[in-house]
Design a protein around this ligand. Sequence first.
Ligand SMILES: CSC[C@H]1O[C@H](OP(=O)(O)O)[C@H](O)[C@@H]1O
Length: 352
Amino acid sequence: MATLQAIKYDDTGKLEILDQLQLPESCTYISIENVEDAWQAIRQMKVRGAPAIAIVGCLSLAVELKKPSVAFQSKGELHTFVKQRMDHLVTSRPTAVNMQLAAEACTKLSTRLTAEDSTDLEAARRAITKHLEATLANDVADNHAIGDHGARDILQKRNKDKLRIMTHCNTGSLATAGYGTALGIVRSLHKSGNVDRVYCTETRPYNQGSRLTAFELVYEKIPSTLICDNMAAAAMKQFGIDAVVVGADRVAANGDTANKIGTYQLAVLAKSHQILFYVAAPFSSIDFDIANGAAIPIEERPHGEMTHTGSVRTAAAGIDCWNPGFDVTPAELITGGIVTERGVFPAHQLVR
Ligand SMILES: CSC[C@H]1O[C@H](OP(=O)(O)O)[C@H](O)[C@@H]1O
């Protein structure tokens, strides 16, 4: 049965993820029993999307902390366990900042509780577990705010009732805890009757667009058209796109943004067609500790993602490949602004 719930978690500490490598053909949930299961699922992109990665990582540690078999002799031992698990999760995928920031927040809480004489071991364990579990609900609330802020801004700037939106990769319920970031803007526009049509790019080589975003748009009955990545310029020219909305994996302090490979070229094309270009992301995706996009680590993915479709080889054997998972869009090309749950900000005017 079709579903858009990427993450299932209950208060018994049962965690399951929708295996996104099997979408759209099959909606199969797999159990995540511990942090290592989460690390492997994130690395293999069974779950992906900057916010979803951080949420599954955090919940996988909550699963471990809720197990009676996982015992500690002191708060110091608990802290060492928490820090080691969080540091490990950060290594699963380097570009998205969300897991790194979630790890820093959790480790900071654990450090404080360890130093607090008035907090005993079990109270510290419960507080850390509650903090980790809260990531799920917080994300959904943020996404609705992002969706509404972005929809309002586009409608105001384009001053028309029915909009044509282009989007790249997957930034919906399958990349978050629900609703989505850039696709959250599409959902908010659809809810208010302001969508004429959405054009989603295939987003090779993992095909987040054709496999995941198209799945979400059909599920929500939003009028949509799938295009190949190399059709973007022609589509902008032919269909009169009003705005391009994309997600973000990490935004630098100056507004430069790392996102799925192919985002930069869409921003260049949008500029040349005088089309508004928006980045949508939770404020926590802004990494104020890096000055500009040059410092954002870009993940290289396995070449097999390019040379094969499933088990079938589609590229000549022996050809060298370059498979960066992301590229960096300069702030000056993000002409619509950066849409967060706090509002829409000009890319050059981000303040901590
Ligand atoms: C809601 S932001 C999702 C963000 O993550 C995607 O990358 P991946 O599918 O490799 O995890 C893409 O960059 C999206 O914009």
